[in-house]
Design a protein around this ligand. Structure first.
Ligand SMILES: [Zn+2]
Length: 142
């Protein structure tokens, strides 16, 4: 017996291929002309706002912003055993652990770079260290 004869509906395309799904999509589809657009760049606006995702100022968690790049680099160095344990034991490094990634990662990278040159440029090393401790003091535990 062929499926046509028993009224079976083809499942090709999954739920998207179902005639009911298509009808629902069409019913709730917003025409482009009525779609709310970002007042800054005319991309599609976020629901409940009159700006797009970019101009809302939120970014995806894994974007290179917010110190993710620095954080990844530090994680890589740590895995390879390239982070000096003397540096990691210092209060300036340790206390940054409580800070948000976007504060912590770039500051730790700066510490690492200054640490590498601490004998040639002790003043720079002291300055970066003070800067790190200053961040912790100013922000307090997050
Ligand atoms: Zn926009």
């Amino acid at each position: 017996m062929e499926s046509r004869q028993i009224g079976e509906v083809s499942r090709r395309g999954g739920w998207r291929g179902s005639s009911n799904s298509i009808a629902t999509l069409l019913r709730y589809r917003i025409p482009w002309s009525q779609q709310r657009q970002c007042k800054a760049c005319r991309r599609i606006a976020v629901r409940g706002y009159d700006v797009c995702v970019r101009h809302l100022g939120r970014r995806p968690l894994h974007s290179p912003a917010f110190g993710r790049g620095e954080s990844r680099l530090l994680a890589k160095l740590e895995r390879r055993g390239l982070l000096p344990s003397d540096l990691m034991a210092m209060p300036a490094w340790r206390d940054l652990a409580d800070q948000r990634c976007k504060v912590r990662a770039p500051m730790r990278l700066a510490l690492l770079q200054a640490w590498d040159k601490r004998h040639a440029e002790p003043l720079q090393w002291a300055k970066v260290q003070r800067q790190a401790l200053g961040i912790v003091r100013q922000a307090g535990p997050q």
